[in-house]
Design a protein around this ligand. Structure first.
Ligand code: ZN
Length: 276
């Protein structure tokens, strides 16, 4: 049984959840709402002075939980794979500059080659950027994505695959991000979460819900309680596995982006306390 969340101290909101807001609006409004954790989608850092961004977080006592996203390593084209490495090195620099301890990796896939080949290139890519990540003190979290994305966004689709990869690479700086949206259907989820925690590889926990029916495979995520995922149960497994970090609310939703974002933030807090 999951214990109920009684306060907002472990609540982190992902900036893409409130997509209409720029970085300053996210920080000021989260802070005003009593939220202390923020995950940054890299789009809001574009054209920003990172020293100013860091000051903005510090001035509002905002803890940067992670930065999203790195990854997209596989391609049949060598030049694209090289470009991906450069982009990941930039992500490491950005994470270090704003004080983010973790980069979430959307690992990538190329539908023109096999999943096995894409997984090989993901492993090579992570190993290539690992020295810079270590030097910067930034950890890399492999996020398994729902299999509906296996053709283009990620060849890593289950916790078992993510655990295997993290264990093969075997570094304190490489672990796994558990996202309920991508993993709720997996009947091995509980045991794979335990395995992940046992190896100290559980770096992040993302929450939202799966709407029934789902009308868009990218931007129709639900607020916790809207759909069919037993979020409190999965949170209880993650906590049992030893995870003590933030619960990150990551909702891509055309429906919620269309509403008043201040009112939406109140809905998020409510859903966090009652359905997470
Ligand atoms: Zn996620």
């Amino acid at each position: 049984m999951a214990t109920k969340l009684t306060d907002l101290s472990k609540l982190c909101v992902h900036t893409l959840t409130t997509k209409p807001w720029d970085l300053r609006e996210c920080v000021e409004n989260y802070n005003a709402a009593g939220i202390q954790g923020i995950t940054i989608w890299r789009n809001v850092l574009e054209n920003q002075n990172l020293i100013d961004a860091k000051k903005l977080f510090d001035d509002h006592n905002m803890e940067v939980v992670s930065i999203a996203r790195g990854g997209f390593f596989p391609s049949i084209e060598k030049s694209i794979r090289n470009k991906a490495i450069d982009d990941n090195l930039l992500a490491i620099e950005q994470a270090a500059a704003v004080g983010a301890p973790v980069i979430v990796l959307v690992c990538g896939a190329d539908g023109k080659q096999s999943l096995e080949k894409s997984r090989e290139q993901i492993k090579e890519g992570i190993i290539k950027i690992l020295p810079e990540a270590k030097a910067a003190g930034v950890k890399l979290a492999i996020e398994p994505l729902h299999p509906m994305y296996a053709g283009d966004r990620s060849a890593i689709n289950t916790m078992a695959q993510a655990n295997d990869l993290a264990e093969e690479i075997n570094s304190d700086f490489v672990g796994v991000a558990v996202d309920v949206y991508h993993l709720w259907w997996d009947d091995n989820l509980q045991q794979e979460i335990m395995r992940c925690g046992k190896n100290d590889n559980l770096f992040a926990f993302h929450v939202c819900d799966w709407n029934v029916p789902t009308t868009d495979f990218l931007n129709d995520r639900g607020l916790m309680g809207d759909g069919c995922i037993n979020v409190p149960q999965i949170r209880s497994w993650v906590e049992k596995a030893g995870f003590k970090g933030y619960n990150e609310v990551e909702i891509f939703s055309d429906k919620y982006w269309a509403m008043n974002q201040i009112e939406y933030l109140e809905k998020i807090k409510n859903a966090y306390l009652n359905c997470t």
